[in-house]
Design a protein around this ligand. Structure first.
Ligand code: SF4
Ligand code: SF4
Length: 336
């Protein structure tokens, strides 16, 4: 029998710092969410990375920092950022597209870097490369193997869309064979390139029925194969309570132009709750994302309703067929 998924409630006292240290990237994935109009093209200096990490360090709380880009390994000082974050007692993750610039594997170590996450959107080049770029599958998987051999904890992020949902199950043998420990299944967001690019009437999105038919079952199979799987809740059951992470959790999405958001759905809009100015974290005035978190609606997440209304459908009585959970609410299945 397959293991069942557990919803991971928001943990009070735990904080997640998603730190975009640059927006540049060597790839141009078709669904890229980076928005340089909103977040600029700055590459933070080594000194700024260290100072901004210090702003979020809190020894009283379990804190995770996730270095992101663009492609974070393109930053020549990423290794210093990792070392400083570890010295400040953060659990440290780097999310990479797999190219691993600047000899990152040789220059840092599994003692400093808790997890190295690779983004891969298909179990072979035929599925992955039309989404992420020609030749990317080969580079990404060879570097995953190298990282595992060098003793790093390796995880994989798979962004589910209409173009790869049918191939999700084929990731399991690949991840097992490489020695990947954690598998993060994500849902495509309607942001960045995925909004702009026309890919037919249905776009990139999968329907609720497709998601529910495929993702929990594949996640269960991956856990049976010994992999720790995490995937977003997306649709709440009738008896489940809706919670907005903006109100009950501590998440910070930091961009190199100093914007700091609590909610990733807000990132394409200048409604960030906080701003880093002269290396100090200051609250923003006026209409910010915080004002939206308070609103309670039948559809669940208010930002989803405002920004992605097409993802919600209604019955004949006008009641939403599914309430949409906070995009930060996850389910996990531990390895069997
Ligand atoms: S999705 Fe990530 S790897 Fe792909 S182009 Fe955007 S920043 Fe680069
Ligand atoms: S995704 Fe929705 S529920 Fe989650 S923090 Fe943002 S507004 Fe709140």
């Amino acid at each position: 029998m397959l293991s069942t998924a557990r919803t991971v409630g928001f943990q009070s006292g735990e904080r997640n710092i998603f730190f975009h240290i640059l927006t540049a990237c060597n790839l141009s994935c078709r669904h890229c969410y980076i928005n340089t109009e909103q977040h600029g093209t700055v590459t933070l200096s080594r000194e700024t990375i260290e100072k901004w990490l210090e702003l979020f360090a809190d020894p009283a709380k379990k804190s995770n920092v996730i270095f992101l880009g663009g492609e974070p390994t393109m930053h020549p000082d990423l290794v210093h950022g990792i070392a400083r974050a570890k010295a400040l007692d953060f659990a440290v993750t780097v999310d990479s597209n797999g190219y691993l610039f600047h000899d990152i594997l040789e220059k840092t170590s599994p003692d400093l870097l808790d997890f190295l996450s690779f983004s891969l959107d298909g179990p072979d080049a035929e599925v992955n490369d039309p989404i992420r770029g020609e030749g990317v599958y080969e580079v990404c998987t060879s570097n995953m193997r190298r990282a595992v051999e060098m003793g790093y904890n390796v995880s994989v992020i798979y962004t589910v869309s209409r173009f790869n949902i049918d191939q999700l199950h084929r990731m399991i043998p690949l991840l097992s064979e490489i020695g990947v420990k954690r598998f993060f299944i994500q849902v495509i967001g309607l942001r960045g390139n995925s909004i702009q690019e026309s890919v037919g009437e249905q776009g990139w999105q999968v329907s609720p029925e497709q998601w529910l038919a495929v993702v929990p079952a594949v996640a269960g199979q991956a856990a049976e194969a010994g992999i720790h799987v995490t995937f977003p809740k997306v649709f709440l059951e009738d008896e489940e309570t809706f919670e907005c992470a903006g109100l009950v959790a501590e998440n910070f999405f930091i961009f190199p132009n100093g914007r700091v958001y609590h909610c990733p759905l807000c990132e394409d809009h200048p409604i960030h709750a906080l701003q880093i100015k002269e290396n100090k974290l200051v609250p923003n005035r006026g209409l910010t994302e915080d004002n939206f978190f308070q609103l309670q609606i039948a559809e669940g997440c208010v930002m989803n309703k405002l920004l992605q209304p097409d993802t919600i459908s209604y019955d004949e009585q006008g009641k939403p067929k599914y309430r949409i959970s906070c995009c930060l609410l996850k389910q996990e299945i531990l390895p069997a």
